[in-house]
Design a protein around this ligand. Structure first.
Ligand code: MSP
Length: 540
């Protein structure tokens, strides 16, 4: 990714201190996707997590001036969904409409800035799935045979006899024996090309440990993949043979091209975000349970269909509750709306990013959500804002204090702030969203310490000039934070920005250095506190 490297070199190293210029990034395209969620039940924290990660990334990259296309949606076909409709005694078409809305509600409730929401029951998607099928068929990669093996409806996955232990799939899911006519994809032929691709793209999968897992799986040999079901009717029919339904994972993975208006290859979306690989970063964010589908099946299908491959898989871990993966079938799920309603969206988003590093598993407790709310958002960020604004309101009538005589210490703090865009660009390259937000929190913490050290509430009474430098440094740093926090906690960031009459329209990282505050500008007071503290009592 030479262009990314150039971009970083120019931003990070080729600049005199504090003066950085964001290159014209408008020719760099980031395509970022969540998995499409099964609508077999209501959304939970696990789904919310993937969506929040993608949204933070999308918002940040837009602020660098890059073009972003961010997509999420719902996976609505297959036995798992058909069974859920049956259990709820609903006609399936009605069932999917109702449950897809819940996931749309989640995306909106999380303020996901998605550009498209795909449902696999849409006509536009069927066209793409059939097109990919026909591409594979016409290139000789699909043949008709008989499948005899196990199938897990919960995982929507085929398992060989050798994989079954004590009657269960390796995932612990129940399996059923299936013996029926089926179309197959010649996956076994793609072992070598896949290994070559992995070799040539050493950063294809993050974290590395997951990449190694994939490589050793592929090294062990691949079996051809059954890609149609005769006994399943809820799904897209095989072109020219409507006795067969296309395997739900072939259907689902194709969604990544539907939203780019494939098969119209001359279309700008497809061209810019998928086809012209030199300027397109194509990122699928997924949980570790669906790695094989994305790291093995999807690239092999694309190779066979003679289409470009994704650039990167970001593989996150699981939210656990009581030591087990949170999942509806275990019955230990937390409803994200309950947490958002109780704590507010920003606290929820901040918790999701700070509590778990991408790749690790994390335990979900309301006590930890409360702690983030109280100790980070209220005590560090909220407190910094309220104490600064209170003094500026009382002693400077909401005018930006004069900052023309800054001390070395003031300058040092501001330089730290002006450097944050560069530091975060580096962290986002590594997909370290957790460290990115921590860098901002540590900056705010440093400001609070600075505040306590210089005691501007005492200075205002005896040396207004000295107080003015301290308060200028604080309010200018708050302005920087208000911009930098936008991808993570957009609501609070917007409220902070409103003090400076800023909005998120065309918001750019470069504003951090391009729009410095000038003494005597007028600030707008906030009429309520940014974050309310929540009582920890009774939480565990
Ligand atoms: N429909 C498939 C994906 C098809 S993508 C072409 C699917 N859906 S899912 O709803 O079961 O899972 C969607 C995502 O949510 C997966 O990335 C999965 O890892 C994630 N999570 C589900 N439970 C989770 C946790 N408890 N914790 C974190 N994420 C987990 O798989």
């Amino acid at each position: 990714m030479a262009y990314i490297v150039d971009h970083i070199i120019i931003l990070v190293y080729n600049r005199p201190k504090n003066i950085f210029k964001i290159m014209n990034n408008s020719n760099i395209h980031h395509y970022i996707t969540t998995p499409i969620y099964y609508i077999n039940d209501l959304p939970h924290i696990g789904h919310a997590y993937t969506s929040v990660i993608c949204d933070v990334y999308a918002r940040f990259q837009r602020m660098t001036g890059c073009k972003v296309f961010f997509v999420t949606g719902t996976d609505e076909h297959g036995q798992k969904i058909a069974k859920s409709a049956l259990n709820k005694e609903m006609p399936i078409a009605q069932y999917v409409d109702i449950f897809a809305k819940e996931f749309l509600k989640l995306a909106d409730g999380l303020k996901c800035s998605y550009d498209d929401f795909i449902r696999t029951t849409e006509k536009r998607h069927e066209i793409v799935v059939c097109d990919i099928w026909n591409r594979l068929l016409s290139r000789g990669h699909i043949y008709l045979d008989k499948y005899a093996g196990f199938y897990s409806v919960r995982d929507e996955a085929f398992y060989g006899e050798d994989e079954i232990v004590d009657g269960l799939a390796p995932t612990g899911s129940a399996v059923e024996w299936v013996e029926e006519e089926s179309y197959f994809f010649d996956l076994s032929k793609w072992q070598e090309p896949l290994m070559e691709f992995y070799e040539q793209n050493p950063n294809f999968i993050y974290p590395k440990s997951r990449f190694n897992e994939v490589k050793s799986f592929v090294k062990g040999g691949l079996r051809d993949l059954s890609i149609s079901r005769k006994s399943v009717s809820w799904g897209i029919k095989v072109p020219d043979n409507n006795k067969h339904t296309i395997y739900v994972w072939i259907d689902a993975l194709s969604n990544y091209l539907t939203t780019l208006k494939f098969p119209d290859e001359s279309n700008e979306l497809y061209r810019n975000f998928w086809n012209e690989s030199d300027n397109a970063l194509k990122i699928h964010v997924i949980g570790k349970d669906i790695l094989r589908f994305h790291a093995v099946y999807w690239p092999a299908i694309l190779m066979a269909a003679e289409l470009p491959l994704p650039s990167k898989l970001i593989v996150h871990g699981w939210w656990m509750a009581d030591g087990q993966k949170m999942s509806k079938s275990i019955g230990n799920v937390v409803n994200p709306f309950d947490v958002i309603n109780q704590y507010g969206l920003d606290t929820f988003r901040c918790f999701m990013i700070t509590a778990m590093k991408i790749g690790n598993d994390g335990n979900f407790t309301l006590r930890d959500v409360t702690k983030i709310n109280n100790t980070v958002l209220a005590d560090i960020i909220g407190n910094l804002l309220s104490r600064t604004m209170k003094l500026i309101g009382t002693y400077f009538d909401y005018r930006v204090p004069d900052g023309s005589n800054l001390s070395d210490q003031d300058i040092d703090i501001l330089n730290h702030g002006y450097d944050l865009p560069n530091l975060l660009i580096e962290q986002f390259q590594e997909f370290d969203l957790n460290e990115s937000l921590n860098l901002l929190i540590r900056f705010a913490h440093r400001l609070n310490q600075y505040f306590s050290l210089f005691e501007p509430w005492i200075l205002v009474k005896k040396d207004l000039k000295a107080a003015s430098n301290v308060l200028y440094t604080a309010i200018e740093s708050i302005r920087i934070l208000s911009i930098m926090l936008y991808p993570f906690i957009p609501d609070a960031s917007l409220r902070m920005m409103s003090i400076f009459s800023m909005t998120d329209v065309d918001l750019r990282l470069s504003f951090v250095v391009d729009r410095k505050l000038i003494g005597k500008e007028l600030l707008k007071p906030l009429n309520s506190v940014l974050f309310q503290k929540i009582d920890l009592h009774g939480l565990h």
